[in-house]
Design a protein around this ligand. Structure first.
Ligand code: GLU
Length: 391
């Protein structure tokens, strides 16, 4: 066992994401025996004093079986109705199964806005924390009955990562039919190697997951790596493991093959974690190299270093700060509406009052509201030297 692998019991708070196919069989419906087994695993963890949260998929799949819908794509309103029917059955199944182990379940349904908007985020977090405090297991899913394309997470991998960062969990476990990350798709490439420890999500690791548009990666490895970036960036470890066996958590304890992602080194404040984990920045600020270097040393983003602005954001919205080549460098909360921001780019902070007619903030994004995006960190001289030594 290498350093990144730690016993599950050494964690304080674990979020477990469970894929639809594990819980629901297309023909026979709920996989009740499997559910009972994982509930026993959860009870064992709780018995060791660990807080457990479940992000459970399966509402739509379950609704499909209950309604006996034909295979194939569903229209939006059909999948929303299927989710409405399926979610109630799913929640009941969790509640009944956990109660056999003496555990109370509480249902939380979230939409994207519940984690993207700060006040709603704090509300949802407070409810989840209260459930944990009273010893209940939150059973969380996307609110698929009202979520339309623009306002949905779309996949429960990223939702689970958001829940993990929101609740300061120290471990996220993604259970699905994939046992972990390979250097290439194993069914296509016989040379594909399994990776059991991933110390950092580098661009190479991202490339292994395939592009966002790839047919193979849809809802598969791509969203899992995205989840990994959110979770590990906030100091939370992540495991990808197969849930196909019964008692998958016990199997992980016993050393079953799985991929472990180490948390990134620098913990940031809860507020910055929220900023960094925003899934849909409202705009983009393109900055020059001088500004990029200043950000790297912990400075605020001044209007002078901004060259171009995209998007229509308001003051307080999250914006992505990107290099002129489009690489994301950081995220932060805009101090100005987009319209005003456009008027002051490239200008000195002292000129703001004359241009806008009032004395606004000197920074376009203040350093307290700004967090560097880990994967886009600019290389330091030391990094470059190390790269050269390894070449
Ligand atoms: N929220 C969806 C459901 O419960 C599943 C989304 C996913 O598995 O990524 O049916």
């Amino acid at each position: 066992m290498t350093a990144a692998r730690r016993p599950l019991a050494s964690h304080r708070r674990i979020v477990i994401k469970i894929g639809s196919a594990l819980l629901v069989d297309r023909k026979t419906g709920l996989r009740a025996q499997w559910l009972d087994a994982i509930c026993a695993d959860i009870a064992a963890l709780k018995g060791k004093g660990i807080n457990v949260l479940v992000v459970s998929s399966g509402a739509i799949a379950m609704g499909r079986t209950v309604l006996d819908l034909p295979a194939g794509a569903l229209k939006l309103e059909e999948s929303q109705a299927a989710a409405a029917v399926g979610q109630i059955a799913l929640a009941r199944a969790w509640s009944e199964s956990l109660s056999r182990d003496g555990i109370v379940a509480g249902q939380i349904l979230l939409t994207l806005g519940d984690t993207e908007e700060r006040r709603r985020y704090l509300n949802a977090r407070a409810t989840i924390n209260q459930l944990l405090k009273i010893g209940a297991v939150p059973i969380i899913n996307e609110n698929d009955t009202v979520a339309t394309t623009e306002i949905r997470y779309g996949d429960n991998d990223r939702l689970a990562a958001r829940v993990a960062t929101m609740t300061s969990a120290d471990l996220l476990i993604l259970l699905s039919d994939i046992d972990g990350l390979y250097t290439a798709p194993p069914h296509l490439d016989p040379e594909a190697r399994f990776l059991d420890i991933i110390p950092a999500i580098t661009p190479e690791i991202e490339a292994m997951a395939g592009g966002a548009a790839s047919e193979l990666s849809r809802g598969g490895m791509r969203t899992k790596i995205d989840a990994g970036k959110i979770a590990t960036g906030a100091g939370c470890s992540m495991i990808i493991a197969s849930g196909k066996t019964e008692h998958p958590l016990r199997a992980i304890e016993e050393g079953v093959r799985s991929s472990w992602f180490a948390p990134s080194g620098t913990p940031v404040t809860a507020r910055k974690t929220w900023i960094a984990g925003q899934l849909q920045p409202a705009g983009e600020l393109f900055v020059d190299e001088g500004a990029e270097n200043a950000l790297g040393t912990g400075k605020s983003l001044l209007p002078a270093g901004v060259r171009r602005i995209e998007g229509n954001f308001h003051r307080g919205d999250t914006v992505a700060i990107v290099g002129m080549d489009g690489r994301e460098i950081a995220r932060g909360l805009a101090s100005y509406d987009a319209e005003e921001a456009r008027q002051i780019i490239g200008r000195k902070s002292g000129e703001i009052e004359a241009i806008l007619g009032y004395a606004g903030r000197a920074a376009m994004v203040h350093r307290d509201d700004l967090v560097m995006t880990a994967s886009a960190r600019r290389k330091t001289k030391k990094d470059l030297k190390e790269d050269a030594a390894h070449a």
